[in-house]
Design a protein around this ligand. Sequence first.
Ligand code: NAD
Ligand code: ZN
Length: 247
Amino acid sequence: MDMLVKSLPAELVVRLKSARRAAALTGAGVSAESGLPTFRGDEGLWKKYKAEDLASVDGFLQKPDIVWEWYEYRRSIYANAQPNLGHRALAELEKFYPEFTLVTQNTDGLHFAAGSENILELHGSLRRNRCHSCGQLYPEKVPDEGRKPPRCGCGGMLRPDVVWFGEPLAPSILDAAWRAASQAEVFFSVGTSALVQPAASLPLAAKRNGALLVEINLEPTPLSFAADFFLEGKASEWLGLIKEELQ
Ligand code: NAD
Ligand code: ZN
């Protein structure tokens, strides 16, 4: 299989070139090639904890020190990560299409590092902290007072400014994502397991509104049945090919 040189279906290329409005949803798979583990892969376990138990309000309130440590660990990996060809190709697509919205579930900031501008971070960003009590925002690096987690001026505990399991998404960001999905003529779903709601509904909403749905993943997902084109393989390879066709 890997011996074959990948190529894009001609019909797909025609459709991609004729569209004016495009949007993409990205997930942890896009950053996997930058060395960042996905949640559901084998590496998605830290010590013996499940991501779902760490990335939740309950988990945080029960073990705030452990949750803070887990994020310190993840941030230490993310600190050295560089955007890969997939991120960079998406930044080029933004230049090609008159309208392009990049909706990401990733919190690593690598789409910004790659040069994308119109980004909706559905699940927040690890590049910021926030007070769990009063909502005050803080940068990623806060003065180390030796407390895990560090405290806000109000006495509340700091946490990464990300959306945890069971927490609502920011309404303004979600609204903008629905709008982009419903207006898109082409919608790319890339490197996401399409299991986490409401993100997973965006590609389907786009398709319902007439978008061509293009999915890129190493393996089929619950979304694949609805995809007009399922491109099996690495995000960097397929996005690289798409970028070359469109340039
Ligand atoms: P996920 O871990 O559930 O799924 C990752 C998907 O990417 C899988 O379907 C896998 O087959 C695919 N994949 C892996 N490597 C790939 C590659 N090289 N090319 C193409 N596809 C590839 O991730 P998700 O769908 O984003 O949802 C999990 C949640 O975890 C999200 O809410 C996200 O916020 C969070 N998360 C973020 C990061 C990050 O910011 N880098 C990392 C881990 C988890
Ligand atoms: Zn506070």
